[in-house]
Ligand binder design. Sequence first.
Ligand code: BES
Ligand code: MN
Ligand code: ZN
Length: 478
Amino acid sequence: MEFKIQQKPTNKHEVYITDDEKKLSQVADLNKDELGFISTSFAADQTVVTINKYGRFVFVCMLKSKKTEAQTFEACRKMGAELCALSNKYKIAEINITNLTATPNAALLAAEGMALANYQFLKYRGEAKKLTNSLTGISFSKTSATVKDVAQLATTVDAIYKARTLVNEPLSYLSAEQLALEIAAIGKEGGFKVTTFNKARIVKEKMGGLLSVNRGSIQPPTFSIMEYVPKKALNKKPIVLVGKGVVYDTGGLSLKPTLNSMDRMKSDMSGAALVTGAMYAIAKMQLPLHVIALVPATDNRPGEEAYVPGDVITMMSGKTVEVLNTDAEGRMILGDALQWAKRYQPELVMDFATLTGAAAAAVGEHGIVCMGTAGEDTKKAFRDSGYRQYERLVEFPLWDEYGDQIKSDIADIKNVGGATGGAMTAGKFLEHFTDYPWMHFDIAGVSFATSKKGYYPIGGTAYGMRMVLDFLMHYSKA
Ligand code: BES
Ligand code: MN
Ligand code: ZN
């Protein structure tokens, strides 16, 4: 599925964004009656007003400033979602956006909201043709967006679409091996290198965490390594992204209760989808950064050979783990990936994982729980990117006492930390496998939507992608 975002106006339908009604008199498109109608509609707090000129549509939007700039930006994106719904309702294919406001990026932000809201996953629908949105593209009036901004937005949207589709694919299609194939294909298209480890190689590398989770499965695990090397990198040591690639999480022998709790578990590879999409965008935009991404992938099932509560597993690092809950599988596979990252002597490592229900319970669908050992400046840069993109972060602590909760009587550590502090005890587990500046992003609450929310459709959201790309773009400027 593709969405065209270009700078040249190509079409007859128009969007005007204004922050002051008076500015609308500059718009040749609108007559006195229409201006009066718009005025009354704005007075009644409508944000988008539709003028139907017998087959040619003009949408006039009022952008009110909010308390913070970030909130005004987000209002623009949400306006875009509204414009997307209207465009499809009126069977519009392409539309042009003009920014009349004092917010320089208003048209871009509205376009972002429109494009992200227009995503569909119709692969398994018999009536796909009929259901397909009419909207296929957006263009901008001359001064409303720069060529560079437009290209960047188009790539970001493309990356998000790709990540959402990976999340939406069910296990019946997306096995660990298929995920590795998809990653390789995206690498080819985006222009970065992909190396795939099969089971034999994973055994050879002694990735005990990944292998133990895979034991109950009928399908082999994979480990994908993506690498983008620019012509001239600003970082001497690479940045490493790690994504949890559990293509389905039944809980294993510590089976999840059947009532609803497994319904969305095809999305347990959202971290993998996010880092793959991010690599695509990084390579397409040719960011001057050397970036590597790692995806350990398997499903988690209670097959005959499955690892059991009480097992002691030796991880790739050599550390032993007492498994007390096979449903705490994400940290088992991530432990090996974080260990693997050490060989690059990375400047910074970020992992993205649908790791704990506790993180989802704490912040719900409105932000990402993060924690880590990166410096304060790095943490602030992440926080700022989160606000700018409205994919917000809440930092949780990595206090020693949470580490005490995962001490084991029989092994070095155990994979569960008791009834409280679940997001942090998971973080402490991961910390054992790091020796570099590191940030962990628990996206369990935000990666999958069960109802449409603004520009996030039902299903995979790729929430966090814009945050991390924003972070990397600023990183490459700093
Ligand atoms: N994939 C789940 C976490 C999850 C829960 C993601 C809900 C999205 C929505 C993870 O593997 C898991 O099962 N975590 C357990 C850990 C526990 C057994 C220590 C959890 O959070 O309950
Ligand atoms: Mn689990
Ligand atoms: Zn899981």
